[in-house]
Design a protein around this ligand. Structure first.
Ligand SMILES: C[S@@+](CC[C@H](N)C(=O)[O-])C[C@H]1O[C@@H](n2cnc3c(N)ncnc32)[C@H](O)[C@@H]1O
Length: 375
């Protein structure tokens, strides 16, 4: 395990060339990050210290993506104190917001910021901490919220209450700095579509759509005029050709009087409903590279039984989509509350560099040990 004291550039270079990840003290972080940016190594770099202090000493616009999970407010105890121990949740939000200002500065213009944050009850009432922070970032820092992902943990933890539902979800917010031009690789996160095949000379989609049923519905329709029927049949044949050519992976046809519109039947609010009214049909094409994930993710928390001191479950799967979609290969990921380094492990496995900060040396040592197990 390479754990650095105060080092000059050359020593940091030599330590980084070691195969184990490096932990540097906060005062060495700027020079260590400078060297790290120039090295081809995707082994992570860790800094021990207060996130705000470490970030303030770093240059502008160096990170491609930030993925993090700050401590809950008033719920859990971590080594070395830090954020989350404030007696008032408003102070907690102020402290987090201060760190987010620095995150905004060190993030590239095309970068993304993902934050997983849990809520807390006070006097029986859910405080709404994730949204309070999120609105603060939107209203006062100019962040653009692209997604509010629901992390469905599937199983709830111990819950002895009998006057409310069990809590199984947490929020994961995706923020960007500007409306346009942020990096997003949607193809990297699509689920592979089921392949279409040819059966008795006819093309059949992976979900079994061959067009036979649609053809019959068009022919037998009493809600379409003769010319609308001809037009619908022409569209159907050309969509089947698109599928045969691999331009689309699947499709659905909506025919007047047969299927409902997918959004609204009112032509006033839905363009599709308008199309259905004027032409008698429309087509929903599926992307040839598969479908995008939705904003509800079912991920069972990591098993913490083997992790002696760290109590925050933060599964690698929660980091995969953020890193794949919003950090280019070889790019640099930041986690200012990295704990035992799950963000770094995921980044490393996906071929991205990463810089993790934590106030607790003990957790950073655990993170380095986790890398040892990976090698
Ligand atoms: C929810 S945990 C992160 C867990 C992490 N995702 C993992 O995979 O282990 C939050 C972390 O923030 C750290 N922390 C708390 N206050 C901090 C501060 N001011 N600066 C840096 N780290 C801090 C804690 O030590 C703790 O490890």
């Amino acid at each position: 395990m390479a754990i650095a004291g105060k080092h000059n550039h050359r020593q940091i270079q030599l330590l980084a060339a070691n195969s184990a990840p490096l932990i540097v003290p906060s005062e060495s972080a700027p020079s260590a990050v400078h060297e790290y940016l120039r090295s081809p190594d995707v082994q992570p770099l860790f800094a021990q210290g207060d996130a705000l202090g470490v970030l303030r000493a770093l240059p502008d616009a160096i990170f491609d993506c930030v993925m993090t999970s700050p401590p809950y407010w008033g719920k859990r105890e971590y080594q070395n104190g830090g954020i989350g121990l404030e007696s008032n949740y408003r102070d907690y939000i102020v402290h987090l917001a201060e760190i987010c200002t620095e995150i905004q500065r060190v993030l590239k213009a095309q970068g993304s910021f993902w934050i997983n944050i849990g809520d807390t009850y006070m006097s029986k009432g859910l405080i709404g901490i994730p949204w309070r922070l999120s609105l603060q970032l939107i209203d006062h820092q100019g962040w653009i919220l692209r997604n509010s992902v629901i992390w469905n943990k599937v199983k709830s933890g111990m819950d002895n209450t009998n006057d409310r539902l069990g809590n199984v979800h947490e929020n994961l917010f995706h923020f960007v700095k500007s409306q346009k031009g942020y990096y997003y690789d949607a193809d990297a996160i699509r689920s592979k579509p089921r392949e279409s095949r040819v059966v008795n000379g006819a093309i059949v989609s992976g979900t079994g759509v061959s067009g036979v049923r649609y053809k019959r519905q068009i022919e037998l329709s009493t809600a379409l005029t003769t010319s609308e029927k001809e037009d619908a049949m022409k569209t159907l044949l050309s969509v089947l050709d698109e599928m045969r050519a691999g331009d689309i992976s699947d499709f659905r046809m909506i025919i007047r009087g047969q299927q409902r519109t997918t959004h609204s039947d009112s032509a006033r609010v839905s363009g599709r409903a308008k199309e259905l009214q004027s032409k008698g049909h429309y087509i929903l094409r599926y992307h040839p590279n598969g479908s995008k994930p939705s904003d509800v993710w079912d991920i069972i928390p990591e098993d913490t039984q083997n992790r002696e001191l760290h109590f925050a479950p933060y599964p690698e799967d929660l980091c995969r989509i953020p890193i794949l979609a919003t950090c280019p290969v070889g790019g640099l990921v930041l986690d200012p509350f990295c704990g035992t380094g799950t963000t770094m492990i995921t980044a490393f496995k996906l071929g991205r560099k990463s810089f993790g900060i934590d106030i607790s040396r003990h957790y950073l040592e655990q993170a380095v040990e986790r890398f040892g197990e990976l090698m």
